[in-house]
Design a protein around this ligand. Structure first.
Ligand code: GCU
Length: 681
């Protein structure tokens, strides 16, 4: 059966026999000198991928003697490539990029896959194989590709006891018990899969982890993983709990300006690098949701980050400091806190510090306007944090393709330096000329046989990787690539399945958080609707704090008459959203408290529109079920049934959201459901 373990690296025989014959004519031998571990992996991948796709035995040669030879390597280790006159192209490929060039060498037609580094070659090999997996023509023109973002990362929220915070795909794939001696083959497949989409960093531990992973017994295990990942171009990072000097160091304080604290971290970092010479650095959650941090000692986030940055700088390590903070008492609007805490610190961070900002100011909601920090900290490299695990998007049961969510944020215009200063250009460093840049996804990976629990959740891992490499790719291209590699190149299949994926995120917004509603999910577990909850100790944990429904209307006033969070955006953005005639209705209740009778663009009043959105969203899940049913002929029975059952759960959830929210909000609107809608059961 098809259990999904191979993800998008399945390499089934090319289904179109004519195409397969063409491929065979152009690709008959490979020539690659495996002079290091990475190039050896590239060689294995080429041999394995090509022999399965083409269903033929390829000769692996050391001399060029036939047409159709794929020559892979770097000019430094391949004399043939050194003489191939591709220096100009390679220049544009940079440190990690690659070139793929059709070229006649010594009278033989060849395909050259090259890079300035071995990892560039491996990325090129995966790109080349992707072309064949997705039924593209053999390249006739040179391809040059280089990543737009430097740090392309997965953040695991994995605990040492193997539970995964907000994980819905089983337990952690890191088996701390059997490490370092037992190397689960899954670690290798993890690294290989990430390399196939350009991921080059992984944070192994939860942002809420204690300091245990920094003790020698665990560092030995971390080293074992780092050794597996290294040839795949992946560096290991760890979360650093700010109070570690007290927890495992026996100090009485973790004050970042205290000399013994600074000394402790210096020693600890030296120790880490003795195990892992290319250790990437730390990810830090401080003074957020009860975590310790520099503010405990009346120091700033910059004091805390810089202390670690100074200690790790001699090893070229970096500090990724998170901007997801809220810990003050009774904030008027949680939306504003990160900006208030961090903007005054712009310019104070060391050059090896990145600030990692979630895409929106609240918390990975199904739809959020972009985080105001992206338009407000020119002197600090800002790193994007997206969430792959679907904490607020149906968790493990819902088919939601997240590329449209990612793209919506990336393409938003911050107006930092006038029109065109998109979030993507802020984080890739081009708006403010930063050399460090990064994008991370909170991983949705676990011990489930298919890694992500839901077959379609794999697409979100894939999309994150592809967008970290090239944020200009469209959601449609990413969906189609993934579908072709994961399921089928059949055009009838692709047409419906691509649409199914592209619409899926809008649908979940409609039936759970329409018109800018947010944070109305069940408290604690965050699963399903609970807009009525008003009993949490912290005001900003209560859904009622966010929707503010009353007899006059619904929504959070973030204009000057309310919390004024809008003042944190550049004037062009603020003006657009504060004016209800120009505010996109998808953000209306995010920024405004609107009367129930307000006339929407559709002609419906707000209450009717809310009903319309909830009903339409839930109905569209039924539509997704029908679409999927029509795809039965194209999908293996195992994955087909799996998705069918999961869609059934999603349908139940959509109905639950619709009914719960409308029945509750109706107690404020005092209006009936519009004619034509079945009353909620
Ligand atoms: C959310 C999530 C927490 C997580 C936090 C974070 O609030 O529910 O589990 O720790 O984000 O990103 O730090």
């Amino acid at each position: 059966g098809e259990n999904g373990y191979d993800l998008w690296l399945r390499y089934p025989p090319v289904a179109d026999k004519m195409l397969q014959a063409t491929y065979r004519r152009h690709i008959s031998a490979i020539m690659i000198n495996p002079s290091d571990a990475t190039l050896n992996i590239a060689r294995q991948e080429l041999l394995n991928g090509l022999s399965h796709l083409l269903q033929t035995r390829l000769s692996a040669t050391t001399t060029l003697h036939q047409d159709g030879t794929v020559v892979a390597g770097t000019p430094q280790q391949s004399p043939l490539l050194a003489q191939a006159d591709i220096g100009g192209l390679l220049k544009a490929a940079g440190n990690e990029g690659f070139v793929i060039v059709p070229k006649t060498l010594q009278g033989k037609r060849c395909i050259l896959i090259s890079g300035n580094t071995s990892i560039g070659v491996l990325y090129g090999v995966f790109h080349f194989l992707r072309g064949l997996q997705t039924a593209q023509p053999v390249p006739v023109l040179p391809i040059v590709s280089a990543p737009k973002i430097q740090l392309r990362m997965l953040d695991h929220w994995d605990n040492l006891n193997r539970t995964v915070e907000r994980g819905y795909a089983g337990f952690s794939i890191w088996n701390w018990h059997t490490l370092p001696t037992y190397i689960d083959p899954r670690y290798i497949d993890y690294a290989r899969t990430n390399a196939s989409i350009g991921i080059n960093g992984t944070v192994l531990t939860n942002v809420n982890a204690n300091a245990t992973v920094l003790t020698p017994a665990y560092l030995e295990k971390v080293k074992a993983l780092a050794d597996v990942f290294r040839p795949y171009g992946i560096r290991v990072y760890l979360t650093a709990r700010f109070s570690a000097p007290m927890e495992i160091g026996g100090l009485a304080t973790a004050d970042p300006l205290n000399d013994s604290v600074r000394g402790w971290w210096k020693e600890k970092i030296k120790e880490i690098y003795s195990y892992i010479p290319d250790f990437g650095g730390f990810l830090v959650k401080a003074n957020s949701e009860g975590q310790p941090g520099p503010q405990d000692y009346h120091r700033t986030h910059a004091d805390g980050a810089n202390m670690l940055a100074d200690a790790i700088a001699p090893y070229k390590g970096i500090v990724i400091w998170r901007a997801f903070v809220y810990s003050h008492d009774n904030p008027a609007d949680r939306h504003k806190q990160a900006y208030d805490d961090f903007v005054p610190l712009d310019g104070q961070f060391r050059p090896n510090v990145l600030l990692q900002v979630k895409n929106g100011a609240i918390d990975f909601m199904p739809r959020e306007p972009f985080h105001p920090l992206f338009g407000a900290m020119p002197k600090t490299p800002l790193m994007m944090e997206f969430q792959l695990t679907q904490e607020y998007l149906g968790q493990g049961t819902s088919l939601v393709f997240l590329a449209p969510l990612f793209k919506e944020t990336l393409e938003s215009d911050t107006y930092r330096k006038g029109a065109g200063s998109t979030v993507a250009k802020v984080i890739d460093g081009s708006v403010d000329q930063h050399t460090l840049s990064g994008m991370a996804g909170v991983a949705n990976i676990g011990s489930d046989i298919d890694w992500c629990g839901h077959p379609f959740a794999q697409a979100n891992w894939y999309a994150l990787g592809r967008l970290t490499w090239d944020h200009t790719l469209s959601s449609e291209q990413i969906a189609e690539e993934w579908l072709r590699m994961t399921f089928s190149n059949d055009l009838t299949f692709l047409k419906s399945a691509t649409r199914l994926m592209l619409e899926s995120r809008d649908i979940i917004v409609q039936y759970s958080n329409p018109i800018g509603l947010h944070h109305i999910m069940g408290t604690g577990h965050h699963y399903g609707p609970a807009p009525w909850v008003d009993n949490q100790q912290r005001p900003e944990w209560n859904p009622v704090y966010y929707h503010k429904a009353d007899s006059a209307g619904i929504g959070f006033d973030r204009t000057a008459t309310g919390s004024n969070a809008l003042a944190q955006y550049q004037p062009a953005v603020r003006r657009q959203w504060e004016d209800i005639t120009t505010c996109d209705e998808k953000y209306l209740l995010w920024f405004h408290h609107m009367p129930w009778h307000f006339r929407m663009k559709s002609g419906r009043n707000l209450w009717e529109e809310l009903c319309y959105q909830y009903y339409t969203g839930a109905d569209r899940v039924t539509g997704m079920q029908h679409t999927w049913e029509s795809l039965r002929p194209f999908v293996d029975p195992q994955r087909f049934e799996q998705v069918t059952m999961l869609l059934k759960i999603q349908q139940q959830e959509a109905t639950w959201w619709r009914n719960a929210c409308l029945l509750y909000f109706r107690t404020f609107s005092h209006m009936p459901l519009p004619a034509g809608y079945a009353p909620p059961d």
